[in-house]
Write a protein that binds this ligand. Structure first.
Ligand SMILES: C[S@@+](CC[C@H](N)C(=O)[O-])C[C@H]1O[C@@H](n2cnc3c(N)ncnc32)[C@H](O)[C@@H]1O
Length: 295
């Protein structure tokens, strides 16, 4: 039974802002393949896991990795990963019940959405998080100052809410992973010269004031970007290999040399990416993304 389920490739079970599915081949091309093949690298660390697109790709393609350590500051997200790892069947039964109730309603779907949103804010249940993610506006995750999820309902005709096969595959893949809620620096104790670390932090604010214009719990202002650059230098000195992605600030301001200044010792590659989770037509189109490596 388990083998059949494993044959289905696990993929992200949530829509997540900044999801890297579209950059997978460009990231894959730049992996330190020789060190992976020889076993010099056997540990994968991802300090900003989000939806986990890169983790799912690497963990299923490169069987040489023995240990996986995933981090995120978002505790709802981490709880959800952990329930899928430890008790996927309970999650599937709760989620398929929510899916059936939602699809059965011809009118009143919005009311049902808001009822589940209220209940989620009381119990923070992982099944409700997935339900909200699949039925809310644009698959966003946003909380107010009281830490209440406050995204309005979306307008999908027949959303796939409970993808049982994928959830079971995800559970299989997660058996070798530790998923930890915390700041990215907490990953340090798991990083050695046998590690490959993939960093996908929240994008650098496009203008100095951008990070203050809206409240967001996972704000990652300039000081955090600088803290991250220092962290990269530190793990580089310890012999770890890393790859970091970020948006290129030159998309907005050609005179912004943040990455050249703060990642000076490393290789900085520019690749094209499509903008995501942005419903404004003006925000669509191609932007440059940076891929930074220390090897
Ligand atoms: C760009 S997303 C990662 C997207 C992911 N690569 C994917 O493909 O879905 C960045 C993630 O960093 C998390 N985050 C924000 N600040 C953090 C911090 N200080 N330490 C760890 N994670 C943080 C956010 O919760 C978010 O999930």
């Amino acid at each position: 039974m388990r083998n059949t389920l494993f044959a289905i490739r696990a993929k992200p079970f949530l829509k997540w802002a900044g999801g890297k599915t579209q950059l997978l081949s460009k990231i894959d091309r730049r992996l330190p393949k020789e060190d992976i093949r020889t076993g010099q690298i056997d540990t994968y660390v991802e300090p900003f896991v989000g939806g986990g697109a890169v983790f799912f790709h690497i963990s299923q393609k490169y069987s040489e990795f023995k240990h996986f350590f995933l981090f995120d500051i978002n505790k709802d997200l981490v709880n959800c990963f952990n329930q899928i790892k430890t008790d996927v069947e309970t999650l599937i039964s709760e989620l398929s019940f929510l899916e059936a109730e939602f699809l059965r309603k011809r009118s009143g779907r919005k009311d049902f959405y808001y009822e589940i949103r209220n209940r989620f804010n009381a119990d923070r249940s992982p099944a409700k998080l997935i339900f909200l993610n699949k039925t809310c506006y644009n698959g966003l995750y946003r909380v107010n100052r009281k830490d209440e999820f406050n995204v309005p309902s979306g307008d999908y005709k027949k959303p796939t809410i409970c993808d049982e096969d994928n959830l079971r595959s995800v559970s299989g893949v997660l058996q070798n992973a530790e998923i930890i809620c915390g700041d990215f620096t907490e990953s340090k104790q798991y990083i050695s010269n046998h590690s490959f670390v993939y960093f996908d932090p929240p994008y650098r604010p496009l203008s100095p004031t951008a990070s203050f214009t809206s409240y967001s719990k996972d704000n990652f202002p300039e000081q955090d970007q600088i803290r991250l650059a220092e962290f990269c230098k530190c793990i580089n000195a310890n012999g770890a290999k890393f790859l970091l992605s970020n948006s290129d600030p030159k998309n907005e301001n050609p005179a912004d040399h943040f990455f050249e200044d703060h990642y000076k010792p490393f290789a900085i590659d520019m690749v094209k990416a499509a903008r995501f989770i942005n419903c404004k037509a003006a925000g669509r189109g191609q932007i440059n993304e940076l891929l930074i490596t220390n090897y």
